[in-house]
Design a protein around this ligand. Structure first.
Ligand code: GDP
Length: 316
């Protein structure tokens, strides 16, 4: 049996990927809760793809708790284009960190995955048990395969070495420190940027990718940071756990929502040469809700907060 540990305010905590959207949200949550003993490295300071560098770092620092939020991430085009990089880099990062957590006796580790681990045509909402029950969506298959390997590593180190390693699978995320590069980003930051710029530059239309019919669920990164803290303190099971908000929206309606909040009056043009990706991926988050966690930030409020903080736009 794995030992149960609860982080103390002075526990030494390593957040891998603390400058990214998820890692920075975890850091903010923990700081708000009064934790004060962090060990942090930027990717310039520590290349997590480098096996020896990661081994040296863990041996020197000996963190007690680890949040593995470092990953090579991107939207549908980046995933589909840099297929080798997404597979290789993510496998390297997670292999190195997970293995060194074991070697250095880390008390507890949380690995972060993604909703793309589920089969493309799995029944909705997606229950944890649907993992590996069908073929994956091809645009992000390399990323999904890496994340599935991460889940299985946590399970295997738990079974073979009694490590208390847990995994959380968040739905599509957005929030502070998101990527706004139009070629590499996910849909929501791309739409926010496109509509804001189109309004500023009086452009007659905004180009949106695909058909607009795919459905997606969006969780604010602050809510995820909070969920990760909750899981670290309360969840010790082998099975990974979904983190979602339980609500979905079509890409068309998402575009219309951003358009409304930005108060853009032009048109939408659909670029159907771009892929739609998986038709739906709505998480079943009943397992997490039964444990007592629920998200707090609505999509509308989350987008308004970004428009205010990043673009200085007061939305209605
Ligand atoms: P996915 O959830 O892995 O498919 O990743 P994305 O967030 O990149 O894309 C979600 C959906 O939004 C897909 O159907 C895209 O075709 C669509 N989409 C519409 N406009 C855009 C855009 O400007 N950027 C991106 N990344 N996706 C867009």
């Amino acid at each position: 049996m794995q030992k149960k540990y609860i982080m103390e305010k002075t526990s030494k905590i390593y957040i891998a990927g603390h400058r990214g959207m998820v890692g920075s949200a975890i850091l903010r949550t923990l700081q708000k809760e009064g934790f004060n003993n962090f060990v942090l490295r930027s990717s310039q300071e520590l290349d997590l793809r480098n096996q020896q560098a990661v081994a040296d770092f863990f041996q020197q620092e000996k963190p007690e708790y680890v949040f593995l939020a470092a990953a090579k991430v991107g939207g549908i085009l980046a995933n589909n284009t840099f297929r080798a990089d997404f597979l290789y880099e993510n496998l390297c990062i997670q292999n190195n960190v997970i293995h060194q957590c074991y070697v250095n006796g880390v008390k507890k580790m949380l690995f972060l995955g993604s909703s793309c681990i589920y089969p493309k045509l799995a029944p909705q909402p997606l229950k944890e048990e649907y993992l590996l029950s069908g073929f994956l969506e091809s645009t992000n298959e390399p990323y999904a395969i890496a994340k599935i390997a991460g889940i299985k590593m946590c399970e295997a180190y738990r079974t073979q070495y009694n490590c208390n390693f847990i995994s959380a699978m968040p739905t599509n995320l957005y929030g502070e420190n998101d990527n706004y590069d139009l070629q590499k980003s996910h849909v929501l930051p791309a739409l926010i940027r496109k509509f804001v710029e189109a309004k500023q530059e009086n452009k007659p239309f905004v180009e949106v990718w695909g058909t607009g019919s795919p459905m997606r669920e969006f969780l604010n990164a602050e809510d995820l940071g909070n969920a990760c803290y909750f899981l670290m303190q309360n969840y010790d099971e082998s099975e990974f756990i979904n983190v979602g908000c339980g609500e979905e929206i079509s890409i068309k309606n998402l575009a219309l929502l951003v358009k409304e909040l930005v108060d853009y009056k032009g048109e939408l043009h659909w670029d159907t040469s771009k892929p739609d990706g998986t038709p739906r991926k709505l998480m079943d988050n009943s397992k997490l809700q039964k444990l007592g966690w629920t998200p707090k930030i609505t999509l509308r409020d989350g987008i308004k907060a970004i428009l205010e903080s990043k673009f200085k736009i007061q939305a209605p």
